[in-house]
Design a protein around this ligand. Structure first.
Ligand SMILES: *Cc1c(COP(=O)(O)O)cnc(C)c1O
Length: 383
């Protein structure tokens, strides 16, 4: 088999066919500036507003609550910094979880240097927060709770409806990083009492470099970028028209096919079979988990070495250890769920999408056990 086998859909996805098709006109003759009054400008403007309504519908929001931004990271940054700014006269305390994406964690770390105080909720071995701990962490000066909808490394789905309810009861704003959740599981901001929600095009079959921020209507978002006043003055700059329409097309297409049963079945086959390898553990919640994420730790080996050998077989996957930053620290998520350092180093995440097939699962199941055995035979950590 020399075809590429892509099991890294939580890192990014291939542009879906509907998204690709929706973008094409705006990469060709539909190049008008959406702020211009002639027809190709108006067409571009209409395409953006059409995308805004469809995306609003898809998450239970109103079009005037949707802002287009430059990605998931930008959406998280804008949401969190805005609330910090808007609410600083009420207080400077923010509650988050120990397993957030760096786009949230590092934004909060920055705010800490500006005098904000953070509480990081602990998580159990499955990556779940305690609602009691959340309740008892809320103070008079708490202005924001930001907890992700689903975790990118271990696939745990967090109880955001319950968190939203607690936030509402206490008069605290609730933001959720839903980059891994939107398009994978149903999300409804109204029903789930979410005040701000962030997601990203390229994690759901849309283009890279485009993201969405939902912010409840009565929030008056301070501008992220000052300029020509696009995005109702919130995010100036000529719009990424092709990118924006790709998100609406990709999301509509995904929602048609929820729940992703076939993806779940492939995930469960991987989990069942790979757990027969000795001293192997599933990471994340065994029940409340994203349909596409199968994540493990294998004792006695390094995640990086597994990735290299998988790559030699044409399989793309990822590991929480020694990751993007090039650091040798294991992931903060695997530490937070209580894994010892040496075990957290042997992590592997296979993230599936609808393009994957059972033949590809067979192929991984044929290759991976041998890879683990070979690496363990060579490993000084293994006895
Ligand atoms: C990918 C990801 C982000 C960042 O999104 P970008 O569009 O790549 O900036 C934020 N949060 C989570 C949970 C993610 O998986």
């Amino acid at each position: 088999m020399n075809k590429l086998i892509y099991f890294d859909n939580a890192a990014t996805t291939k542009l879906s066919k509907p998204a690709f098709d929706a973008m094409l006109p705006f990469l060709g003759d539909g190049y008008g500036n959406p702020s211009s009054i002639y027809s190709i400008g108006r067409d571009a403007k209409n395409a953006i507003e059409n995308a805004r309504s469809r995306i609003a519908d898809a998450i239970g929001a109103m079009p005037e609550e949707i802002y287009f931004v430059g990605g998931g990271t930008e959406s998280d940054n804008w949401a969190i910094k805005s609330v910090a700014e808007m609410k600083k006269s009420k207080g400077r305390h923010i509650i988050t979880s120990a397993i957030e994406h760096p786009a949230v964690l590092n934004t909060l770390k920055y705010l800490e240097t500006e005098g904000y105080e953070l509480t990081h909720l602990s998580v159990d071995e499955h990556g779940q927060i305690s609602l009691d701990e959340l309740r008892s962490s809320i103070r008079n000066d708490t202005i924001l709770i930001t907890v992700m909808a689903a975790n990118n490394e271990i696939g745990t789905i967090l109880p955001i409806s319950e968190i939203g309810k607690i936030a509402r009861e206490n008069g605290v704003l609730f933001h959720s990083d839903a980059v891994q959740a939107v398009g994978q599981i149903p999300i409804n901001v109204r029903e789930m009492s979410i005040d701000l929600l962030s997601f990203s095009g390229h994690k759901l079959g849309g283009a890279k470099g485009v993201g969405v921020l939902y912010a409840k209507k009565d929030l008056h978002m301070p501008p992220l970028l000052h300029g020509g006043g696009q995005e109702r003055g919130g995010r100036s700059g000529t719009e990424n028209v092709a990118g924006i329409v790709s998100v609406a097309a990709a999301l509509d297409d995904k929602l048609l096919r929820l729940p992703l049963r076939s993806v779940e079945q492939m995930r469960d086959r991987l989990i069942k079979e790979l757990l027969t390898i000795p001293r192997t553990k599933l990471t994340g919640d065994p029940v409340n988990r994203l349909p596409g994420i199968a994540s493990f730790v294998f004792e006695g080996i390094e995640g990086e070495s597994i990735l290299l050998l998988l790559d030699q077989c044409g399989i793309c996957a990822s590991s929480g250890s020694a990751c993007s930053s090039g650091s040798l620290e294991p992931s903060h998520v695997l530490m937070a769920i209580g894994l010892p350092h040496e075990i957290a180093h042997g992590s592997l995440r296979l993230s599936l999408g609808e393009d994957n097939t059972n033949d590809e699962i067979d192929y991984v199941l044929e290759k991976l056990p041998g890879i683990i055995e070979k690496l363990r035979d060579m490993s000084p950590l293994w006895q």
